[in-house]
Ligand binder design. Structure first.
Ligand code: PEP
Ligand code: MG
Length: 573
């Protein structure tokens, strides 16, 4: 019997393939004393050999599927397993204390991990702690006879089933084989969902029970349009979904015809539709989908994709590649937005009760100015190669903006003094994603060249509802009049100062929100590249004079999300 799972539609499209369970097995063990240390050492050796064999295969596959750089980590793991000091210590513990291999392995590696983690002034060594932890898990899995999931080994079409996927897990998925994914937790604006849209992989998040309902190898249909998954579908259901997939592909082909068109409404008003990107590689997808700008380059993905802080030159190359790739169209790079659900293994952040309300984004940049200044220099140098703009994430106060801007000016002046050429018209703006900032948009508009509304965070902070928590995902209400009023306040304040406002949160590509936002006078809409063409098609059908009326009613007269949706339907019939 087919089982149906309902989740949050995270990325458009339909996929059907065998399930690949990306689930960590239970690696708990009991400590035991042993009588025959030589036999126990042999057991450990066998497990280490098996782990090495596995790592060699994974390394080769990773190099072939993901590139040499991604494969390097497995070489590091092999080196650890051949380290005489580490292995010698484990063997000694088995001999001297007559404990089983599991306990000896865990105790010794824990000591090494603590030692490396304590090297707070050496990010490289700190990162080795993570490698030892991974290697320990692998050897332990062989001692216990359980299998670890190895996504790098995937060489057939699969649907990934996971409790959650971190942004770096998602970045490693090979599109050739990974046809879709479904997770237990997460919301539409959690970063795994955002990345699935960039990668154009159909996805469902927040299903609640994917990992407990689905088993390895079962056929799963992912309907990323509706947010439904079908487990063990009948041949009839498979046929229906193949038809739905075909209809979706046809619709996409129609939208593709608008790729080189301008974005113009029925009454001749122009808007800019931009793409959100995470790496310079995404520029190709942006151009293929007819982006008129990059409204958000999430620069933190450069940091997350590296094994140490990226150098000024590495960053310069990445920004240069992005601006050059966009051929003179504007590229808005957001400075590093680490924290919340985005971690850097080599920059351990303090444990916090509420990471989304904690040390993140511009708060880190103003504190760790070494990191911030390096990034600004790389950006300033790249500004010569195209139309670059910079914005700061998570600005809450005028003071924060002024401080960040002053640091930018200092770095610019230093470079100019050194004779480095720097563009003279870099716009410096800010994300509007904290309600306090939205309320004083009139003050901030005096200093900021533009605003970009980050509704993913603006909504979570306004509604006090974690964006990654599926239990409160009903409070992700982009059309709620409360949110619309904040958005209107921001747009009006910027226009009064002769500035412009864009939106780079997911709301910008939401087909119900777009007509209202057009009516509110939003200047630029930046979204997952895959939403651009359908939005351009929608824009062609609307009249902004009518949308102004709609926007006024939605913000002033409506009480609920449902009323707003009804109103939009009436106005766009
Ligand atoms: C946002 O908060 O809306 C945004 C675009 O930034 P991020 O999703 O990366 O937090
Ligand atoms: Mg944000």
């Amino acid at each position: 019997m087919t089982k149906m799972l309902k989740g949050i539609a995270a990325s458009d499209g339909i996929a059907a393939a065998k399930a690949y369970m990306l689930v960590q097995p239970d690696l708990s063990f009991s400590e035991a004393s042993i009588d025959d240390p030589a036999a126990e050492i042999k057991r450990l050796e066998n497990a280490v050999d098996a782990a090495k064999d596995e790592l060699k295969i994974i390394k080769e596959k990773a190099a072939a599927n993901l590139g040499a750089e991604e494969a390097e980590v497995f070489e590091a793991h092999l080196t650890i397993l051949s380290d005489p000091e580490l292995m010698g210590n484990i063997n000694d513990k088995i001999k001297d204390e007559k404990v089983n291999a599991e306990k000896a392995l865990k105790d010794v590696t824990d000591t090494f991990i603590a030692m490396f983690e304590g090297m707070t002034d050496n990010a490289y060594m700190q990162e080795r702690a993570g490698d030892i932890r991974d290697v320990t898990k692998r050897v332990l899995s062989h001692l216990l006879g359980v299998t670890l999931p190895n996504p790098a080994l995937i060489d057939e079409e699969v649907v990934i089933v996971a409790h959650d996927l971190t942004p770096s897990d998602t970045a490693q998925l090979d599109r050739k084989y990974v046809k879709g994914f479904i997770t237990d937790i997460g919301g539409r604006t959690s970063h795994s969902a955002i990345m699935s849209r960039t990668l154009e992989i159909p996805a469902i998040v927040g299903s609640g029970s994917a990992t407990t309902t689905i088993s390895e190898g079962q056929t799963v249909i992912i309907d990323g349009i509706e947010g439904n998954a079908l487990v063990d579908p009948s041949s009839e259901e498979l046929k229906n979904y193949a038809e739905k997939a075909e209809a979706f592909a046809k619709q996409k082909a129609e939208w593709k015809e608008l790729k080189d068109a301008k974005t113009v409404t029925a009454n001749g008003k122009n808007f800019i539709l931009g793409a959100n990107i995470g790496t310079p590689k995404d520029v190709e997808g942006a151009n293929d989908n007819g982006a008129e700008a990059v409204g958000l380059f999430r620069s933190e993905f450069l940091y997350m994709d590296a094994s140490e802080l990226p150098s000024e030159d590495d960053q310069f190359e990445a920004y240069k590649q992005a601006v050059e790739g966009m051929n003179g169209k504007q590229v808005v790079v957001r400075t590093m937005d680490i924290g919340g659900d985005k971690e850097l293994p080599y920059l351990p952040l303090p444990e916090e009760m509420n990471p989304f309300l904690g040390y993140r984004a511009i708060r880190i940049s103003l504190d760790r100015q070494d990191i911030f200044r390096t990034q600004l220099r790389a950006l300033l140098r790249a500004s010569n190669y195209g139309k670059l703009a910079i914005m700061f994430p998570m600005i809450a106060t005028v003071k924060e903006f002024k401080e960040a801007k002053a640091i930018f000016e200092e770095e610019k002046e230093k470079l100019v003094k050194k004779g480095t050429s720097v563009s003279n018209d870099i716009e410096v703006g800010m994300m509007m994603e904290i309600p306090a900032a939205a309320m004083i948009a009139d003050k901030l508009a005096k200093y900021s060249d533009f605003f970009s509304i980050g509704t993913n965070d603006l909504i979570q902070y306004s509604m006090a509802a974690d964006r990654g928590n599926e239990r409160v995902s009903y409070l992700y209400q982009p059309y709620n009049p409360s949110i619309l009023r904040l958005v209107k306040n921001i747009i009006d304040a910027s226009h009064k100062e002769g500035k412009w406002t864009g939106m780079c949160g997911e709301m910008a590509g939401d087909q119900i929100a777009v007509p209202i936002l057009a009516g509110l006078g939003l200047d630029e809409f930046s979204m997952s590249a895959t939403s651009i063409l359908k939005t351009r098609s929608l824009m062609k059908k609307i009249d902004t004079t009518k949308m102004q009326e709609l926007a006024a009613k939605a913000t002033n007269d409506c009480e609920t999300t449902e009323e707003v949706i009804e109103l939009v339907k009436q106005y766009t019939k």
